[in-house]
Design a protein around this ligand. Structure first.
Ligand code: 5GP
Length: 254
């Protein structure tokens, strides 16, 4: 395969090969989709913002002991990553009831969950990313038992870290989606991105249910000021990263 061949184009990113078969280049797009791509649009500057936020979070998670696919950022909207085979799973961690959890269970939005909920969804647009049970995961052989156990453990560790990180930004981490991949050495790595596209983020200082939203729900629900919200999240992340060395403070060994 030649250098910089387009390998795959998704809804939010384009993946290119590089001269190293173990390394891919992810180009983050400004395109935005929601509701299984039934709603389409663009959020100006989103690619650079999401790539920059994700790269800082991946760096900090690596320092916290979480293995990720992140290598570096050659440009604000480009990330070099370890080549992995993505498991066809969307791993969602929830701290507060919102979104599909409320729609499917009747729980009131904003209900604080007694303990984080880790859920698996089948990453399949044609099927509409359905919620999976562990038995269905096993039936479809989407991951090994060992991988599922590791993912649950990692997802909870990542949640512990991210909750504290976002709190330092003045933001409540409501829920988020993770993806994992397996590299050529069969190592399980955190992949994809962690950004306002993949997390529900509520401004701690705001109680108004619409004004507090700082994530892709502004686009999904036509709340307006989408670009401003993404920019504000980036500025807060940059400030926290500059001011503190989280890897030492929040290390599991400390
Ligand atoms: P829900 O299941 O409530 O729609 O989503 C739960 C969390 O996972 C939200 O933070 C949402 O942003 C994220 N999430 C779930 N599925 C997707 C997806 O297909 N794409 C993106 N960008 N985020 C998702």
């Amino acid at each position: 395969m030649s250098v910089n061949t387009k390998l795959y184009e998704g809804k939010a990113k384009i993946l290119y090969t590089t001269d190293d078969p173990e390394v891919l280049l992810a180009d983050f797009k400004d395109d935005a989709t929601a509701f299984n791509a039934q709603k389409r649009g663009s959020i100006q500057g989103k690619g650079g913002i999401n790539c920059t936020i994700s790269s800082h979070l991946f760096e900090q998670l690596a320092a916290y002991g979480i293995k990720t696919h992140f290598i570096d950022c050659p440009a604000p909207n480009q990330m070099r990553v370890r080549a992995v085979k993505i498991l066809p799973l969307e791993v969602v961690v929830r701290n507060i009831a919102a979104g599909s959890l409320c729609q499917q269970t009747g729980l009131q939005i904003g209900t604080v969950l007694r303990q984080p909920l880790v859920e698996f969804y089948y990453k399949d647009d044609q099927l509409g990313d359905p919620l999976l049970t562990r038995d269905r995961l096993r039936l479809l052989k989407l991951a090994t038992e060992e991988q599922v156990d590791s993912i649950i453990h990692l997802a909870l560790q990542i949640n512990d870290f991210l909750q504290k990180f976002w709190q330092q930004c003045g933001i409540t981490l409501v829920d988020f989606k993770l993806e994992f991949g397996v590299d050529s050495q069969q190592q399980l790595l955190l992949a994809d991105e962690i950004s306002p596209d993949t997390c529900r983020l509520w401004d701690i200082a705001e109680t108004d249910p619409n004004r507090r939203v700082m994530d892709k729900d502004r686009f999904r629900r036509d709340l307006g000021n989408v670009e401003n919200a993404y920019q504000e999240v980036l500025q807060r992340v940059l400030q926290v990263v500059e001011n503190q060395n989280y890897s030492k403070v929040l290390s599991p060994e400390s």
